[in-house]
Design a protein around this ligand. Structure first.
Ligand code: ADP
Length: 575
């Protein structure tokens, strides 16, 4: 069965399977129960019949044997001279009776017959061995008739009570004349005693259909038809026995043995019961197995469905992920591009801001150049005069001063030129002092004009950091420029640059004794375009400082709770 069926289809299919199996089992159970019933019926009937037949055969022999034994005794006795002598002198009847009585007793004793009797030719009972007869000796008429017809007499005889005997009689003839009759009576007590051992009813019917021998005492002397009905009624069922019968032609009798049919019935019910039980067991096993199979299929189906769901989820997720990945890498590319662009724009901005700063300082710087130039002019005129006056030492002194001023101008213009260049983007070892010197050359004219003095910590001499010289000067120029702006109008303005420590980092502080920065805006001063000097400031100075320090891998922060503004810088020491 397919494991990809839906749950409902699976259920339907198993319902059909169960119904089919149930129907099949019911039909099979009925058929085989019927077959078992049939076989058992036939077999048991055969068995019962066989048993009855066996009993019948044995009992028939017994009966035949008994009768056969006594049948020959009367003819033999009749031929005996001794017997004939008894009847020779019938005149003295008392004598005859005595002799006959003795003889009868003797014969009865020897043969085991129930009785032996002698009758005279006219039918008078002369003597009998035992007194078994009533007034009328049983079967006398028949015996006499047979003797007269010169044949062996035989008859059933009833005695007192229900006792039955069979009589054989033979005529005693001498010279063709019937002298008397000798009769031998056979009792059936022994036979009936044997039969009593059998469970099966056994009986003998005579030619008239009357039962006169049986192991059931109350059946005796009843017509067989009545017994049939009675026996059936007794068992409460119609036809409760199997009648096995045999003719005993010698006596014109029939010997019956009744096989008990209830054995067949109980065998039948046992067969039906066992067959149904077996099928019940088979059904239980079959349904159990079907249940197991269904469970297993259901489990397989669930597992498969789960696996499919998982597979689908993984596929969907993978697709979504790879899409996201593509988008992400695209975005990363864009970001990188944007970052590169930002860096480039930032560099441009820094450069522009630097140049703008230079522009702002232009007045001071040009003053710084114009002043020595004017002085040089004056010294040159004086020198000329001194030379015409022949005052060589004065001229020489003037020339020395002129040389010094030219040197100053060229240093300033050289620094300006270097500062205005586009800086390198890579970091390298830089002497902090060199950057400071450059910044001071550029800022001093502005500081001087504002009357602000700048103090540099001598400890900074020789300190090398990982940075760029031009960019580091720009940091200082911006910080100094801000401080000078804040100190404008003060006479005691002072800017300090101090080394605060060298370790993992080089810490440098740039402080001033100006008004400081209010805590309200402290968080924003490094933001681009943040300025409190509307109209004058661009708001880029500190943001550029921040970016340059980031580029160096260092940083800058505003120290809180300080008098004036204090900026702390940290840089990696150069190796
Ligand atoms: P700008 O100088 O063009 O205004 P900056 O980014 O350099 O822009 O400075 C931002 C603001 O920080 C200034 O407007 C100023 O209010 C404040 N500031 C910077 N340095 C100092 C300082 N040394 N003392 C007081 N305030 C300062």
């Amino acid at each position: 069965m397919d494991s990809w069926l839906t749950g409902a289809a699976l259920r339907r299919r198993f319902f059909r399977l169960r119904a089919g199996v149930a129907l099949f089992l019911v039909v099979l159970a009925l058929a085989s129960t019927y077959a078992a019933w049939k076989v058992v019926t036939v077999r048991t009937r055969e068995y019962v019949q066989d048993q009855a037949a066996e009993t019948l055969a044995v009992q028939a022999e017994v009966l035949n044997g008994v009768l056969e034994k006594y049948r020959l005794i009367p003819p033999l006795l009749a031929r005996q001279d001794e017997v004939a002598l008894v009847f020779a002198n019938l005149a003295s009847r008392d004598y005859v009776r005595k002799i006959a009585g003795n003889l009868a007793e003797e014969i009865a004793g020897l043969s085991g017959a129930r009785d032996v009797a002698f009758f005279s030719a006219d039918g008078e009972l002369l003597a009998a061995a035992r007194d078994i007869f009533g007034d009328e000796p049983a079967g006398r008429a028949e015996l006499m008739r047979a003797a007269q017809e010169n044949r062996l007499g035989r008859t059933i005889a009833l005695l007192k009570g229900k006792s039955r005997v069979y009589a054989f009689g033979s005529g005693i003839r001498r010279n063709g004349r019937l002298m008397g009759v000798v009769a031998v009576y056979v009792g059936f007590d022994a036979v009936e005693r044997t039969w009593a051992l059998s469970d099966n009813p056994i009986f003998v019917t005579d030619g008239g259909g009357t039962i006169f021998l049986s192991n059931r005492e109350n059946w005796l002397l009843k017509p067989v038809s009545e017994i049939d009905a009675r026996f059936s009624a007794e068992r409460g069922r119609a036809q409760t026995h199997i009648d096995v019968m045999r003719d005993l032609p010698l006596m014109g009798w029939q010997l019956h043995v009744l096989g008990d049919r209830s054995r067949i019935v109980s065998a039948q019910s046992a067969a039906i019961g066992i067959s149904l039980l077996i099928f019940l067991l088979v059904a239980v096993i079959a349904f159990f197995l079907i249940g197991r199979i269904e469970d297993r299929l259901r489990l397989r189906r669930r597992e498969r469905a789960q696996a499919l769901r998982l597979e689908r989820a993984v596929r969907d997720r993978t697709r979504a992920l790879s899409l996201a990945n593509r988008n992400l890498s695209h975005e990363v590319e864009e970001r990188k591009e944007a970052e590169r662009e930002l860096k480039r724009v930032q560099r441009e901005l820094i450069q522009a801001a630097k140049l703008a700063g230079v522009g702002q300082m232009a007045a001071a710087l040009s003053h710084e150049i114009n002043q020595p130039l004017a002085a040089i002019e004056t010294y040159a005129a004086n020198t000329r005069k001194a030379l015409t006056l022949g005052k060589g030492e004065i001229a020489e002194g003037n020339l020395d001063r002129i040389t010094a001023m030219v040197a100053r101008i060229s240093e300033l213009s050289g620094t300006l030129l270097a500062f205005s260049r586009k800086p390198a983007t890579k970091s390298q070892p830089v002497a902090v002092q060199a950057a400071l010197r450059e910044a001071l050359i550029l800022i001093r004219p502005k500081a001087d004009r504002a009357g602000v003095s700048i103090e540099v910590d001598p400890a900074l001499g020789g300190v090398m950091v990982d940075a760029g010289r031009i960019r580091l000067s720009q940091v200082f120029v911006n910080l100094f420029s801000n401080a000078i702006d804040a100190l404008d109008g003060r006479t005691d303005g002072l800017i300090r640059v101090q080394l605060k420590g060298i370790g993992e980092w080089v810490h440098i502080e740039v402080s001033d004794n100006g008004p400081g920065i209010s805590p309200d805006v402290a968080g924003e001063v490094f933001e681009p375009f943040f300025t409190t000097r509307t109209g004058q400031g661009s708001g880029l100075g500190l943001s550029i400082v921040y970016n340059i320090m980031q580029d160096f891998g260092g940083g800058v922060r505003l120290l809180p709770n300080a008098d004036g503004a204090v900026f702390e810088l940290w840089l990696k020491p150069a190796e």
